[in-house]
Write a protein that binds this ligand. Structure first.
Ligand SMILES: [Zn+2]
Length: 422
């Protein structure tokens, strides 16, 4: 009995500490009194926890500015997260590209590298390239300074074992133990998750208001994925699989898809489909600006099409609008099915954001039910193609700042009057 009581006290103390860390992260820079009001913890408890967290170098105090100074006496100090507490290595493996970043504990990028890869290449070769990029961004950083490695993977994975079972866009990857292999090479704990889940995790991390909303995150990459967040909780299907919106059928008589079906959304808006459509246009003597760029050595990628669309090329704008049209059909179906408050589209689409959003919204206005579409805001993720990479960093950060075992606690922080924890 006595042991149980001690255990409970320790648990409450740990939870309160996490509660304070989370509150400071969301509100920083902030005063102790604000943390007390937000968490419902007594000022004396806040003082004890904060002093302990400062000793552990997880929090630090900074002087306030003129606006926060009081008229009398010493100006109160503000609290903020010590973002230099540790470093995080984030890796995003996409079928056509790898991205690697060294971040601080707030998932802010300190160094970044990216490299194009051949999706038909052997896993061993691609993993060697990943390690090379990792060593470039970590430089001489002592291993002890790394909090961990977050890895974003496409396809079907085993999160616990760090295995990539299969990916329709990387046919040679079958049951590859990516996580354990990286862990052995880098000598740091590695956590993995699906890229679309990590994109949603990053949106949740940067948008505390999502904790009380229903949010759909759509990832437009080589493949298309989707995550659903309800009040901050991720919906995950049986066996950890769900969100394969790229393989929902748009045209039953459409082209064959790599998944074995036909007419999937990815056969219209997946990167290979976009590139194939551009090739057809060039062959037909259209898309002259694009043809000129290819002739001068540029790689034909969706990103190049987006760049030319931004520069006003009519054919590339038309291609972006076609992508928006099909995405708009898929998003309208999701709005009708799930009634979200917000739909976030992420991917390397910053150059084409305006025409893409316009086409998506036009299609939603045509296809989604009026009352449902009226409450669904559609926006593009601010971090564009780096959302999954940053989500991989958050996968490690949340071990410090979040309360994974008490999921409802997120709501405590989000609400103005929190439940006291002591
Ligand atoms: Zn498919």
């Amino acid at each position: 009995m006595a042991t149980s009581r001690i255990g409970n006290t320790d648990l409450i103390s740990e939870l309160n500490s996490r509660l304070v860390l989370h509150a400071v992260r969301v509100m920083q820079p902030t005063f102790r009194a604000q943390v007390s009001r937000s968490t419902g913890l007594k000022p004396a408890t806040i003082t004890s926890i904060v002093n302990n967290l400062i000793d552990q170098k997880l929090l630090r105090e900074t002087p306030g500015n003129a606006e926060t100074n009081t008229r009398f006496g010493r100006p109160p100090l503000l609290l903020e997260v010590n973002r230099d507490f540790k470093r995080i290595l984030a890796i995003d493996l996409e079928p056509d590209q790898i991205r690697v970043a060294l971040t601080d504990v707030l998932a802010r990028i300190l160094d970044y590298r990216e490299q194009k890869i051949d999706r038909f290449d052997r896993p061993e070769s691609i993993l060697a390239q990943i390690i090379k990029l990792c060593r470039t961004v970590t430089g001489n950083l002592p291993t002890g300074q790394l909090q961990g490695v977050g890895l974003s993977l496409p396809g079907l994975i085993d999160r616990e074992k760090g295995i990539l079972h299969s990916s329709t866009n990387m046919p040679k990857w079958k049951d590859v133990s990516v996580g354990p292999w990286l862990e052995k090479e880098l000598k740091v704990p590695v956590k993995v998750d699906r890229s679309i889940h990590l994109a949603a995790l990053y949106e949740k991390w940067t948008h505390p208001e999502s904790l009380t909303r229903k949010m759909i995150v759509i990832s437009l990459r080589t493949g298309i994925g989707m995550s659903l967040l309800q009040d901050g909780h991720l919906y995950v299907g049986s066996g950890g699989l769900s969100g394969e919106i790229g393989h929902t059928i748009v045209d039953i008589n459409g082209k064959p898809c790599d998944c074995g079906s036909s007419g999937c959304l990815e056969t219209f808006v997946g990167a290979p489909a976009i590139v194939a459509r551009a090739h057809e246009l060039i062959k037909a003597g259209r898309a002259k600006a694009l043809a000129e760029r290819i002739a001068s050595g540029a790689l034909l990628t969706p990103e190049l099409i987006y760049t030319l669309a931004r520069d006003g090329d009519a054919d590339c704008i038309a291609m972006v609008r076609t992508i928006g049209h099909y995405l708009g059909i898929a998003i309208s179906n999701l709005i009708n099915l799930l009634g979200p408050d917000e739909v976030v589209v992420c991917g390397a689409i910053d150059e084409a954001e305006a025409p893409l959003l316009e086409a998506i919204r036009e299609q939603i206005d045509t296809s989604a039910l009026p009352r449902l579409r009226a409450s669904a805001q559609v926006r593009v993720a601010a971090e564009h193609e780096k959302v999954a990479l940053l989500g991989a960093a958050v996968l490690i950060s949340q071990d410090i700042f979040e309360l994974p075992s008490l999921r409802h606690s997120d709501r405590v922080i989000a609400s103005p009057k929190a439940t006291p924890r002591l």
